[in-house]
Design a binder for this molecule. Structure first.
Ligand code: SF4
Length: 665
């Protein structure tokens, strides 16, 4: 396979082998299944059963339960029996790390086991070892000896298996040869998959999770490519972004990673890992899946109308930003800009700008500027009657711009046909709005080729929107046209979750492939006013511009294209968790949210936490009841700190490492 999917222009699901998990069929074009994982202590049968039921009632089609040792694996029988007694036959999955014995017990009891190839046989020591080819082959033999018994049990009992690679918990052996890379993740799974295939065991699902959507997307794409080359077929894919966090950030990160792959037809089951109660993950999963069920219905058997791509001018397996001209502060080496859309506002006052990062002080007549402050303000037909902060410029309709007094501050927005006919342009910066499906969009290509003042604002009226915009950017690349591109996405969905998913997928998928020098999100605020999400209000959208501004910056942060705030990598928690993860995450967030660019991991257990913190700068990890171990990178710096003072100690650690700044008023 040259790429990683059947088509970059038509919506087509990737053909995968069919796998049976209890009575549930997965892969081979079956519906995309949704699942979650319990956070209760596996030894607490009733609590685990009741939480599983809440997840099943919310729509989970599989429920995963941690089995850290033999006793938890054995207790899965009690959990399964109690669920059956209450009328629930939903397949259960045992989550295994480090304990083959527990896996072998669980595989005889429940429908599926998940193993992590990074730690199934190997204990991670973070050692760099140079293996000769012979030593490497001996290591593979050692894995075969330890893994084959589980494969045989699964085969005998009809149990399914997920080989679930996590970026960050790759074995020292894989790290030594491939590094912490998407290729290392793929090879880690392939070693186990080859052993299973040799035993003619195929009831397998694969995953390539990372807390960084960029790494995650590349790894899944590469996995499909490698499987097709080596076996001529694909096993089903379980999609997920690990340690995505909570609230809107968790939803945005998950939607970018999972949605980018679903857009291209990859993915047979999904889990959205949020640091929230697991039943709240399911509506987000369903919203994600729904987009593609309705996409299939909208397109039907028709073709999407997006022309085939003759040549892919970029690698989908590694990140390279598209080369663009520098036009004012857009494109070139500038971080992607954010456009705040105030077209529908009746008036615009000083205080309205607070929602987009500019706080006005009446006494000093000055603005203070936040890290997440928009770069451009689209006013439609309005001209402002006050002086703007230095870093904020205005985009207005071309007819309004002609009358605007300050041409250093105001720039015109043309529709594509308007641009083709006009005779009045800005000498420095002209925005052109382009529906990539309109015939004028093709005509425009020749006109803008030599115009180094043009920034295209691309949007699509095609139901297969993201691929149609991608197709247009590919045209630009293939024709050597280097004008910057702002990704414009309008969402009229009726819930906050749906809007977040729509924005994140349609812009995030392109940003992950290096396309996009800015982002311009629009919505219909009335549709989502004051909504509660997943049973709790994590965001009130009385202030819609703030919602849009936060979402724009969060998408850029999640795609790692513009860092404007602290990055949290928090695990979803499970039966191994040693403290209240949701409460602790909120506490740490409240004192560190002003530390722009610092990556803080909050992990529930010392067994998996350190491995899965990925590229966090600092780690706060549960290491015993009431005990926290603090990390700087992968290095332990304070062991078994009393949890009552652990947040204070984390702040001290940040200070000792010059990662702390005091909050400004
Ligand atoms: S890191 Fe969190 S989710 Fe992962 S095993 Fe530990 S407690 Fe469970």
């Amino acid at each position: 396979m040259q790429l990683y999917c059947d088509s970059l222009t038509e919506y087509k699901r990737l053909a995968t082998r069919e796998v049976r998990i209890g009575d549930l069929l997965l892969g081979n074009f079956n519906a995309i299944r949704v699942q979650t994982m319990t956070t209760t202590d596996t030894m607490d049968t009733i609590a685990t059963v009741e939480q599983s039921i809440r997840c099943i009632e919310a729509g989970a089609e599989m429920v995963r339960i941690t089995a850290p040792s033999k006793k938890e694996a054995e207790n899965l029988l009690n959990i399964k029996n109690e669920l059956h007694k209450r009328g629930y036959n939903t397949p259960l999955i045992a989550d295994i790390h480090f304990t083959p014995n527990a896996a072998e017990i669980a595989a005889r009891i429940i429908e599926k086991v998940r193993v992590n190839p990074g730690n199934y046989v190997d204990k991670k020591k973070f050692e760099q070892i140079d293996y000769t080819d012979l030593e490497y082959a001996e290591e593979i033999d050692r894995i075969r000896d330890r893994f084959t018994p589980l494969v045989k049990i699964c085969k005998e009992y009809g149990t399914a298996m997920r080989i679930g690679t996590n970026h960050g918990s790759l074995s020292d052996r894989i790290m030594s040869r491939y590094g912490d890379t998407p290729m290392g993740m793929v090879e880690s799974a392939m070693e186990f998959l080859r052993i299973a295939r040799n035993e003619s065991y195929h009831n397998i699902i694969l995953s390539m999770k990372s807390s960084n959507p960029q790494v995650m997307v590349q790894a899944y794409r590469l996995l499909v490519n490698v499987m097709m080359d080596e076996f001529g077929e694909c096993y089903p894919l379980h999609l997920g972004v690990t340690e995505a966090g909570d609230g809107e950030d968790g939803r945005i990160k998950s939607a970018i990673g999972i949605g980018t792959l679903l857009e291209d037809g990859l993915g047979d089951t999904i889990r959205v890992s949020l640091t929230e109660d697991p039943e709240f993950e399911i509506p987000v999963c369903r919203d994600l899946v729904k987009r593609y069920t309705s996409r299939q219905e909208a397109i039907g058997n028709k073709e999407s109308g997006i022309s085939a791509i003759p040549k892919i001018p970029y690698s989908p397996f590694e990140y390279t930003r598209r080369h663009t001209n520098t036009v004012s502060n857009i494109g070139g080496k500038h971080v992607p800009v954010v456009v705040a859309d105030f077209m529908k506002a009746a008036t615009i006052r000083h205080e309205d700008l607070q929602a987009i990062g500019y706080t006005y002080n009446t006494e000093t007549d000055k603005f203070t500027i936040a890290d997440a402050a928009a770069d451009y303000l689209y006013t439609g037909k309005k001209v402002l009657d006050f002086a703007l902060p230095g870093t904020l410029k205005v985009i207005c309709d071309h007819s309004t711009w002609l009358k605007a007094p300050d041409k250093e501050k105001y720039y015109p927005l043309f529709q594509s046909t308007e641009y083709l006919k006009s005779t009045d342009y800005s000498g420095t910066l002209n925005f052109v709005a382009v529906d990539v499906n309109e015939p004028a969009s093709q005509e425009l290509l020749q006109e803008i080729r030599e115009d180094y003042t043009v920034v295209l604002c691309l949007y699509s009226s095609n139901p297969h929107a993201m691929p149609s915009v991608r197709r247009y950017v590919i045209d630009l690349m293939n024709q050597g046209i280097t004008c910057p591109v702002i990704l414009s996405v309008e969402s009229n969905e009726t819930t906050i979750d749906e809007q977040l998913i729509h924005f994140s997928t349609d812009s995030g998928a392109l940003l992950l492939d290096g396309m996009g020098d800015g982002i311009w999100l629009m919505n219909e605020p009335e549709r989502i006013r004051n909504q509660k999400v997943s049973g709790r209000t994590y965001l009130e959208t009385k202030n819609n511009p703030q919602f849009i501004n936060n979402t724009s910056f969060s998408i850029l942060q999640a795609t790692r294209t513009r860092i404007s705030k602290t990055e949290y990598i928090s695990c979803p928690s499970c039966g191994r968790t040693l403290f209240d993860l949701q409460e602790t995450t909120a506490k740490i967030r409240s004192v560190t949210h002003h530390l722009k660019g610092v990556k803080i991991a909050i992990m529930g257990c010392i067994v998996n936490g350190p491995g899965e913190m990925a590229d966090a700068d600092f780690g706060y990890v549960g290491s015993g009841v009431g005990k926290i171990t603090l990390y700087k990178g992968k290095e332990v710096v304070k062991r078994n700190v009393d949890s009552a003072i652990a947040v204070e100690e984390l702040i001290n650690l940040l200070k000792e490492n010059n990662a702390w700044v005091e909050k400004t008023a």
